[in-house]
Design a protein around this ligand. Structure first.
Ligand code: UD1
Length: 420
């Protein structure tokens, strides 16, 4: 088991490069299962444990995968796959494993898959995914923790989602691309990762319009072929470095970003009185004069991302006054609060709200990363706390950040990874 040892750091300065988006790469790798017609080349794939798990999942089904370009590129061939049931040990490692259901249903008309279950941030049901599959004409049976989805053929339909779920939008979109006729998914998710998936699917020969709006139209096609695609930059990794610079009152340049994907985060930083400068593929932050507090409400895109909530909680602990964080997306995404309070933060939970009284004296101690973004929040708190912080269970953090300690070190942070 590894851990991070962090000492209070001077303001971050310098430049950092952002990798490809994990949350785009995962559904795009799953979507490769749709393609019986030639190899697919994907570039800017982040080198992360979650991505390796998704690759293992599709190779268990028979996909041929090779890493190119020092691991950042992958070639995937899915001509000879068979829809075998995945071992639970593999499926339970990442919730995104359920994203293979849509493509396998589309291609083989039947899929059996273990239910992904809850995680540290909540119950995380999949009812909206299943509702979509049913409306496309599939029958859904669930027993002994396994869901079986099958159909004679899939037929396009109108599907209205009760909530704009990212995963449900992706899974239904992937199931509908080979269905007969037209599908319209309304109240769908509009995240940049949805647009990236739709762009990728269209390159394979799918007919998808409206991705990025709240209504996606899909006209079923019969044949898909190989293509090349480059994954968009990871807006959450970029946002995490913006938050780290803000918390340490640093000044950094973040390269390989799409600034429009970061607007909710950058406008919140401006509210705190940070200076933000946007370039074509980079964003700069000067956080020397941050002093104002702010309230935050997490929302589906283009609202403030729930995946940035823990990191911003750590930023708010550094600012005098009170900030209220309202978590509306997940029911239980405050596991980091107890750990931050152990470091000396003054955060009170009231239902789905966290009341953060900033500028209390934070001191380093031993804390535990309970999930990916909570872990990122603890790193940021560690950069600001007096003395030494030790973060354990950092495998959660490494699911979504490639060599975060190296990147932070280059920006002047005092952080090292040690093996226990
Ligand atoms: C994706 C992201 C995750 C991010 C989340 C919200 C990936 C791999 N993960 O997760 O990092 O935090 O979007 O931006 O892209 N829900 C239901 N029924 C369903 C599906 C979802 O009730 O069938 C609920 C969930 O419990 C949750 C909310 O909808 O409360 C949002 O979930 P969803 O948008 O589906 O998130 P994921 O796709 O799991």
């Amino acid at each position: 088991m590894s851990k991070f040892i962090i000492e209070r750091s001077s303001p971050l300065s310098g430049e950092v490069y952002i990798d490809g988006a994990k949350n785009s790469a995962l559904p795009i790798i799953a979507a490769c299962l749709l393609c019986a017609g030639g190899d697919i080349f994907i570039d800017n794939v982040p080198y992360l444990s979650d991505i390796s798990v998704m690759c293992r999942i599709i190779s268990t089904i028979g996909a041929k995968i090779s890493r190119l370009n020092e691991g950042k590129g992958i070639r995937i061939g899915c001509e000879n796959i068979r829809p075998v049931e995945m071992p639970y040990e593999l499926v339970k490692k990442i919730r995104a494993s359920f994203l293979i259901a849509g493509p396998l249903l589309a291609r083989f008309k039947k899929v059996r898959i273990q239910l992904p279950g809850g995680c540290a941030i909540g119950v995380r049901p999949i009812d909206l995914h299943l509702k979509g599959f049913s409306l496309l004409g599939a029958s859904v049976k669930q027993e002994h923790g396994v869901v079986e989805i099958s159909c004679k053929k899939l037929k396009g339909n109108e599907i209205h989602l009760d909530f704009p779920s990212v995963g449900a939008t992706e899974n239904i979109m992937m199931a509908a691309v080979l269905a007969q006729g037209k599908t319209v998914i309304s109240n769908c998710a509009v995240e940049p990762e949805i647009v990236d998936l739709a762009d990728f699917l269209n390159k394979m020969g799918c007919k998808i319009e409206g991705a990025g709006s709240d209504s996606i139209k899909i006209t079923g096609v019969e044949i898909l072929s190989g293509c090349r695609h480059r994954i968009i930059p990871d807006r959450i990794e970029a946002g995490t470095f913006l938050a780290a610079a803000a918390a340490t009152r640093g000044e950094i340049k973040i390269n390989n970003v799409c600034c429009s994907h970061l607007r909710a985060v950058s406008s919140k930083l401006k509210e705190l009185n940070a200076e933000i400068t946007e370039g074509e593929n980079h964003i700069k932050i000067n956080a020397k004069n941050i002093y104002k507090n702010a309230d935050i409400k997490t929302m589906p895109y283009p609202g403030f991302p729930t995946d940035m909530q823990p990191q911003f909680m750590s930023v708010l602990t550094t600012i005098a006054g009170t900030g209220i964080i309202n978590e509306t997306v997940f029911e239980n995404r405050f596991m980091h609060v107890g750990e931050l309070n152990r470091m000396g933060a003054d955060i009170r939970l009231e239902g789905r709200c966290a009341v953060v009284r900033g500028a209390s004296r934070m001191t380093g101690t031993q804390v535990k990363a309970t999930d990916l973004r909570a872990g990122a929040g603890l790193i940021i708190a560690g950069l600001c706390a007096e003395g030494k912080s030790e973060i354990s269970d950092i495998y959660h953090i490494e699911r979504g950040y490639y060599k975060i300690e190296e990147k932070l070190k280059k920006l002047g942070a005092s952080i090292k990874k040690v093996e226990e």
